[in-house]
Ligand binder design. Structure first.
Ligand SMILES: Nc1ncnc2c1ncn2[C@@H]1O[C@H](COP(=O)(O)OP(=O)(O)OP(=O)(O)O)[C@@H](O)[C@H]1O
Ligand SMILES: [Mg+2]
Length: 271
C-alpha cells in the first residue's frame, strides 16, 4: 500500500445502462495492474453486475488463470435505511483502511445508499451514453436554441452530496469526470452537438469531460469470464484483435485522464 489514506472513486449516474459497472471493473483492474491494492463495493447489489463480474473473475482465476483480484463487498439493500447505512459504513471503513483505492459502483437510480456512497467520492466518474436522452439527467436542453437551460436532477444530487460531505467536516474536494461511453463512429453531427453541449454544461457545473470509449462488442463478451481489456496482450494468454488494441488505447487514455497513477505513489515522508 502507498501509506496514504485510501482514495475513493465512485462510478455513478442516475441513468441506467450507461456503462457504470463495466467502467468500474475496468478501473479496478487498471489499478490492480499498476500494482495497487483495491477494495470494491457494489451498492447496486439487487442487480449485482459488479459482484457477478468479480465472481466470474474469481472462477476464472480458480480455474488456473493468473489474475489480480480486488477485495469485494456487496451491500444489498434491506427495508431498513439505518441497517443499509451501517452495513455500508462497516464495509467502507474496513476497505478504506486496508487498500490504496476503493471503487464504488452505484445503481442507476436515486437510492439513499447511492447518495451516501457519492458523498465519500474523491473522484466521481459518470459514464454517459452519447445521446440527448442521457444528457437530460445532467442538464435540461432547450431544444429550439440547442442550449443548456439548467442543471438537472443528477447534477443537483451531486451538488447535494458535496454539501453533505462538507457538513461532515471533510476538507478534501471531489473531482467530477464525465466519460462519454459507447461512442458511435457513424453519427458525427450528433457527436459534435453532444461535445458542444457537454462543454457548456461542464463549465457551468464544474466537471471535466473525458475522451470516452467507443461502442465495442468486446465489452459485452468479457463479462462472463470476469475479464477486462487489461487481461489481454503483453504476454498474457488470449488473442488481441485490432479492435482490442484500439479499445485498450482508449482505456489507457481514460486512466491517464483520471491520473490514477498518482493514487499509488508512496506518501512523502514527514518533514
Ligand atoms: N463501450 C461499450 N461498448 C459496448 N457495450 C458496452 C460498452 N459499455 C458498456 N456496454 C454494455 O452496455 C450494457 C450496460 O453496461 P453496464 O451494466 O456496465 O451499465 P450500468 O450503467 O452499470 O447499468 P445499470 O444502471 O443497469 O447498473 C452491458 O451489456 C455492457 O456490456
Ligand atoms: Mg451497473
Amino acid at each position: 500500500m502507498s501509506g496514504k489514506p485510501a482514495h475513493i472513486i465512485v462510478v455513478g449516474n442516475e441513468k441506467g445502462g450507461t456503462g457504470k459497472s463495466t467502467v468500474a471493473m475496468h478501473l479496478i483492474v487498471s489499478l490492480l495492474s499498476m500494482g495497487g491494492s483495491v477494495g470494491s463495493i457494489d451498492l447496486d447489489a439487487r442487480q449485482a453486475t459488479l459482484t457477478r463480474y468479480v465472481e466470474n473473475r474469481r472462477r476464472c482465476r480458480d480455474a488456473g488463470r493468473s489474475m489480480a483480484m480486488p477485495e469485494h463487498v456487496s451491500v444489498p439493500p434491506t427495508e431498513d435505511p439505518t441497517v443499509d447505512r451501517d452495513r455500508f459504513l462497516e464495509a467502507f471503513e474496513h476497505l478504506s483502511a486496508s487498500h490504496d483505492v476503493v471503487v464504488i459502483d452505484t445503481p442507476g437510480s436515486n437510492h439513499p445508499l447511492s447518495r451516501l456512497g457519492h458523498s465519500f467520492a474523491h473522484t466521481l466518474v459518470t459514464p454517459l451514453n452519447d445521446s440527448f436522452v442521457d444528457l437530460d439527467v445532467l442538464g435540461k436542453v432547450d431544444p429550439a436554441a440547442m442550449k443548456i437551460e439548467r442543471p438537472s436532477h443528477y447534477s443537483e444530487m451531486v451538488w447535494e452530496t458535496k454539501k453533505q460531505r462538507a457538513m461532515r467536516g471533510e476538507r478534501s474536494g471531489m473531482d467530477w469526470y464525465v466519460l462519454r461511453n459507447r461512442l458511435s463512429t457513424l453519427d458525427a453531427r450528433n457527436k459534435r452537438e453532444m461535445e458542444r453541449l457537454l462543454g457548456e454544461l461542464a463549465k457551468r457545473i464544474g466537471f471535466k469531460v473525458l475522451g470516452g470509449l467507443n461502442e465495442r462488442v468486446i465489452y459485452r463478451e468479457l463479462f462472463l469470464e470476469g475479464l477486462t481489456l487489461l487481461d489481454f496482450g503483453d504476454g498474457s494468454p488470449g488473442a488481441m484483435s485490432l479492435s482490442h488494441v484500439a479499445a485498450r488505447q482508449e482505456l489507457r487514455r481514460l486512466v491517464e485522464g483520471l491520473n490514477l497513477i498518482r493514487l499509488l505513489e508512496p506518501a512523502s515522508p514527514p518533514e
